[in-house]
Design a protein around this ligand. Structure first.
Ligand code: ARG
Length: 490
C-alpha cells in the first residue's frame, strides 16, 4: 500500500507491533460504508470514471454482505489495518479500479470518519441498553412504591424511605447517562472525510454530498483539526465513566443489602454465584464485578486522555489506541448493563426485613421534633426535646412509640398529644409528599412520568438512528466481538 519509497519490507517485530488489523477489523462495516460514499463522490465529480465508481460501490456492497454473513473479516488476515484489508480485497477483485479508490483520501481522514461512525452507533447502542435497564428499574419502582426501606446517610440508618423512591433515584442517574451518551453522539456527528492527510486535497471533491450519504449533520471546518480531533472519544468515555460510576454506587448498596447481616434483598439464583469451598455461599458477583468495571472504565478514560495529550498536530500513531480503548470499554459496559438488568428484574426483596431496618435507630425522632415545631417550638428546642426522648428509649431498650405518656410529657408538655399516630412507619413515609419526596403517591406519580420519558426517549433514539446513521449501520446490529454476549438477560 505504501511500499514505493522503501528498499526493504518492515521488520517482523515492527510490523507486529504497529499493525492494528486485529483490533480495527471490528469496524469493517463503517470502513466499507465510508469507502462507498467516497467512491460514489469520486465518480460524481469525475475524479474517477463513472464506470469505476459503479464497480467500486457494487463490490463494496457485495463485500459488506459477505463479511456480515461470515460474522466479520477473517481474524487471521495479514493486513496492516482494516483499511488496507478492504483495499486489498477490492484490488484483487477489480484490478485497477480497486487501486483508484484512495484518490483524494488519506487513512487519517478515513480512520477518523470510520471511527466517528462507529462511535455514533455505539452511543446509540449504549443509550438503548440504558433504556432497557431503566424499563426494569421503573417497573420495579412502581411495584415497590409502598415498601418501606431504610434510607442511609454515612451508611447509618437516617430516615425511612420507600423502596420505589430509592429505585427512582437510579432512574434519575441513568437517565442522565442517556443524555451523556446523546451528547457523545452529537460530538461525533461531524464528518472529517475530505480532509486528506492534514491539509485538504486539490481535487474538486463534494464533502457535503459524502457527509449526507453517511448521515453526518455537519462537516469539519479545518482539515488539521479534523484528523487530529478525538474529542468524540473523550465524550464517549466520559459517558461510560459516568454510567459505570453510577452503577457502581447502587451495586455497592446491593452488595451490602444482600449480605446476611442486612438480609434486605437476595439475588435470584440465576444472577448469583456460589463458592467453590463454602456450600452455603450465594455471592452478589454481578454487583461486585460491575463495581470493579467502574474502576477499569475510569482507568481507560484516564489512559486515553494521557495518550492523546502530547500528540503533535495533526496525527500520530499514538491515536490508533483510541479503538482498543473504546472497544474494551464497549465489551465491559454492554454486557454489564444486560446482566444488571436481569439481576434487578429478578431481585427478591424481603419487605419484612426492609420495614424492620427502616424502623431501626429511632427514625421517629424527627417526627416528634417536627410535631413540636408545628406547634410553635423553635426547631432547635424541638430537636433537643426529641433527642432526650431517644436517650430515654435507648436506656429502656424500647422504641420511641413504646415510651409512656409521662416520659413524653417530661420533655415537653405539648407531648404526647397527637404525635403517637405519626410514629407509624407507613405514616412517616406517606407524609413526605413534597415534590421529589418519598411518599408512595409521589413515587407512583414520578414512575408514571419516568415511563412516559422512556417511551419518548426510545422513539427519539429510533428516529436519531434512522436520521443519523446510514441504513447499513443501524445500531441494533451486533459487532463481531459483542455478538457472543448475552444480549437480553431477562
Ligand atoms: N491504523 C491507523 C489508526 O487507527 C490508521 C491511520 C494510519 N495512518 C497513518 N498515517 N499511519 O489510526
Amino acid at each position: 500500500m505504501w511500499g514505493g519509497r522503501f528498499d526493504q519490507p518492515p521488520a517482523e517485530t515492527a510490523r507486529a507491533f504497529t499493525r492494528s488489523y486485529p483490533v480495527d477489523r471490528r469496524m469493517y462495516r463503517e470502513d466499507i460504508v465510508a469507502s462507498r460514499a467516497h467512491a460514489a463522490m469520486l465518480g460524481r465529480r469525475g475524479i474517477i470514471a463513472a464506470a469505476s465508481a459503479d464497480a467500486l460501490t457494487a463490490e463494496l456492497d457485495r463485500l459488506l454482505d459477505e463479511l456480515t454473513a461470515a460474522g466479520g473479516p477473517p481474524p487471521d488476515a495479514d493486513d496492516e489495518d482494516i483499511h488496507s484489508f478492504v483495499e486489498r480485497v477490492l484490488t484483487e477483485r477489480l484490478g485497477d479500479d480497486g487501486r483508484r479508490l484512495h484518490a483524494a483520501r488519506s487513512r487519517n481522514d478515513q480512520v477518523a470518519t470510520d471511527f466517528r461512525l462507529y462511535c455514533k452507533g455505539l452511543t446509540l447502542r449504549l443509550a438503548f441498553a440504558l433504556l432497557d435497564l431503566l424499563d426494569v428499574v421503573v417497573r420495579r419502582a412502581g411495584d415497590e412504591a409502598h415498601t418501606a426501606a431504610p434510607g442511609f446517610t454515612h451508611l447509618q440508618a437516617a430516615q425511612p424511605v420507600t423502596l420505589g423512591h430509592y429505585l427512582l433515584s437510579l432512574y434519575e442517574m441513568h437517565a442522565r447517562d442517556v443524555q451523556a451518551a446523546l451528547h457523545a453522539f452529537t460530538v461525533a456527528d461531524v464528518c472529517p472525510l475530505g480532509s486528506g492527510a492534514l491539509a485538504g486535497v486539490p481535487f474538486d471533491i463534494d464533502r457535503d454530498g459524502a457527509a449526507d450519504e453517511l448521515r453526518f449533520s455537519q462537516v469539519s471546518r479545518n482539515s488539521m483539526d479534523a484528523v487530529a480531533d478525538r474529542d468524540f472519544v473523550g465524550a464517549l468515555l466520559h459517558a461510560c465513566t459516568q454510567l459505570t460510576g453510577h452503577a457502581s454506587r447502587w451495586c455497592e448498596d446491593l452488595v451490602v443489602w444482600s449480605s446476611p447481616g442486612f438480609g434486605l434483598v437476595r439475588f435470584d439464583d440465576r444472577y448469583a454465584t456460589g463458592s467453590s469451598m463454602l456450600p452455603q455461599k450465594l455471592n452478589p458477583d454481578i454487583a461486585e464485578l460491575s463495581r470493579g468495571k467502574a474502576g477499569a472504565v475510569m482507568g481507560a478514560a484516564a489512559g486515553w486522555h494521557a495518550t492523546i495529550k502530547g500528540v503533535p498536530l495533526a496525527y500520530g500513531l499514538d491515536m490508533q489506541e483510541d479503538k482498543r480503548t473504546v472497544f474494551r470499554v464497549e465489551d465491559d459496559v454492554l454486557p454489564m448493563l444486560a446482566a444488571l438488568r436481569g439481576a434487578l428484574d429478578t431481585l427478591r426483596v424481603d419487605r419484612g426485613r426492609m420495614a424492620a431496618a427502616a424502623q431501626a435507630g429511632h427514625p421517629e425522632a424527627l417526627e416528634i421534633a417536627d410535631y413540636l415545631t408545628e406547634r410553635g417550638a423553635p426547631f432547635r428546642d424541638a430537636h433537643q426535646a426529641a433527642g432526650r426522648l431517644v436517650l430515654l428509649a435507648e436506656s429502656q431498650g424500647v422504641t420511641l412509640g413504646q415510651l409512656d405518656d409521662a416520659a413524653f410529657a417530661g420533655v415537653d408538655d405539648r407531648l404526647p398529644g397527637e404525635v403517637r399516630a405519626r410514629l407509624d412507619l407507613a405514616r412517616m413515609v406517606a407524609r413526605r409528599t413534597s415534590l421529589g419526596g418519598t411518599a408512595p403517591t409521589r413515587v407512583l406519580e414520578e414512575a408514571g412520568r419516568a415511563r412516559r420519558w422512556l417511551t419518548w426517549q426510545r422513539q427519539h433514539l429510533e428516529g436519531l438512528a434512522v436520521r443519523g446513521l446510514p441504513p447499513q449501520l443501524q445500531p441494533r446490529a451486533p459487532s463481531p466481538a459483542a455478538a457472543g454476549a448475552d444480549g437480553d438477560a431477562a
